[in-house]
Design a protein around this ligand. Sequence first.
Ligand SMILES: C[S@@+](CC[C@H](N)C(=O)[O-])C[C@H]1O[C@@H](n2cnc3c(N)ncnc32)[C@H](O)[C@@H]1O
Length: 211
Amino acid sequence: MSLDKHVPEGFIIPDCASDRVEFWRPFWAARVSPWDLGRAHPEIAARRARLGSGGRAYVPGCGLGHDALGLAEAGYAVTAVDFCPELEPLVRPRLEARAIRFELRDALALTEGEHYDLWWDHTFLCALPRELRPDWARALGRALARGGLLAALVFPSGKPVEAGGPPFGLETADLVALLGDRARLLVDEDCLEPARPAGERFALFEILPEA
Ligand SMILES: C[S@@+](CC[C@H](N)C(=O)[O-])C[C@H]1O[C@@H](n2cnc3c(N)ncnc32)[C@H](O)[C@@H]1O
């Protein structure tokens, strides 16, 4: 998948890196969101038994909040975060109507003592430039400092590094390398309920508490 093949004619993709909010603002201002499924990723329901419920879930780069709604339906107390101001009026009312917390901020900037039981990653890590992946891993380590689960839609799997992004190619092996010995890989499989024609896997990691 390449964004330029999925935007309407005349839409100009900003010429800046995708860790900058300026990259995302024109997309949400024009409501151009080719990544958006229009519903929670079906893997949330399909993996419900493995994901558990009843804890606190973190949804970084939440977009329109479909997955946040899906995780709330599965029983999680959800915090959904996105840094794009043009998105806020679209997502905040939807989520707050269902008692889901929405925060407009950098999802990699966690406050002291902010802990979760589940980090749900769906087209967030793959949206970040590759050089920011260690920052993502550090943020995840803090968010799950007491231990928890990382559930990741591994997408786009099979996309070569030289093809660029976003989305930047992502493999379960990349996650294993980023997470190191604090993580135990529990599941690495094709999606049970794929939402896209190709390139999607599901990975679940147990993150061990900080020593
Ligand atoms: C490709 S979209 C995916 C949205 C959503 N996860 C989905 O699957 O529909 C990436 C989203 O991440 C947000 N984003 C990118 N970097 C971010 C950051 N550092 N903090 C918060 N949000 C970020 C963008 O504003 C955008 O809404």
